[in-house]
Design a protein around this ligand. Structure first.
Ligand code: A2P
Length: 283
């Protein structure tokens, strides 16, 4: 990858810009509108949101206000945890499209495999949800389908009835948390790995080893993390609401980490904590 708009190719041939702009914990309203406008101004064309983030309306406003052509944008949203099942999925998708002011979506993900509302029947709920996803995909309303926070047993269950295999799994991938077995399994299944919390939700800035690497390369810790994510073949989704940081996080194509440093960063086990077990999340 040599630029922000260079693409990974998904298994169905759709191109996806190699860094996405993350919006988790960005508040609906002026903050979300301004940060997305700032990201688009800095050159991002890939925006990642979710029904559960509560900011789709602001993102839709920003996309519209930007005046950027629809076909230049790549927009992802995710199905909320209480909306699994065929009918609910269809209705929730329609609401997202209204809020985002889009006629088609680039990527739709099941946000969590096993939410509390469906804990007793998550396999059936995901199978029904996926049927809705596939129909929307075949009808041209969605360009690519995926999952998030799925582990191997969730994927195996989904694949028992899926006709179209997921093209993406979005999971927590950051320094010290590389989920190697899951990543390998997803790649064998033809999925691209998207990396959420690539900066460890901000905790990475206190890690001494990362401070030393930033000094070594003359780059910020955020830039080291994003570059590391790309060199691992992930698609990072850094979040910021600060224009200077939003721009800084795009400047990652003018240096490369040595292999030994890529390994060192991967090995900072637990330095920013661990992902949650999707089978026992309290939501
Ligand atoms: P802010 O939004 O105030 O800029 P992650 O992407 O792993 O979720 O991390 C996001 C966190 O990292 C947010 O707290 C964000 O704060 C902060 N952040 C994002 N980019 C930078 C940067 N370049 N320098 C310092 N902090 C950053």
């Amino acid at each position: 990858m040599r630029a922000l708009t260079d693409c990974y190719q998904l298994s169905n041939g759709v191109g996806i810009p190699c860094i996405g702009f993350g919006t988790w914990q960005t508040a609906e309203g002026e903050e979300a509108v301004a940060s997305v406008l700032s990201a688009l101004g800095a050159g991002y064309r890939h925006i990642d949101t979710a029904q559960g983030y509560g900011n789709e309306g602001s993102i839709g406003s920003a996309l519209k206000r930007s005046g950027i052509k629809r076909e230049e944008l790549f927009v992802t949203t995710k199905l909320a945890n209480n909306q699994h099942g065929y009918k609910k999925t269809m209705a929730a998708f329609a609401r997202s499209m209204d809020k985002l002011r889009l006629t088609y979506l680039d990527l739709f993900l099941i946000h969590w495999p096993n939410p509390l509302d469906f804990r007793s029947n998550w396999q059936e709920a995901n199978a029904e949800t996926w049927q809705a996803f596939e129909e929307l995909y075949r009808a041209g309303y969605i360009r690519a389908l995926g999952i998030s926070n799925f582990r191997q047993h969730h994927i195996e269950a989904l694949m028992q009835t899926a006709v179209v295999a997921p093209m993406v799994n979005q999971i927590r991938l950051c320094p010290g948390e590389t989920q190697d077995a899951l990543v390998e399994y997803c790649r064998e299944c033809g999925m691209l790995l998207e990396a959420y919390s690539p900066l460890g939700v901000g905790k990475i800035f206190e890690v001494p080893e990362m401070q030393a690497l930033a000094a070594k390369y003359g780059k910020s810790i955020a830039q080291i993390c994003i570059r590391w994510s790309l060199q691992r073949g992930y698609l990072p989704l850094p979040k910021s609401v600060m224009p200077a940081r939003i721009a800084q996080n795009t400047q990652v194509f003018d240096f490369a980490l040595e292999d030994a440093d890529v390994q060192r960063i991967a090995g900072l086990t637990g330095c920013v904590g661990y992902s949650m077990d999707p089978d026992s999340i309290p939501w």
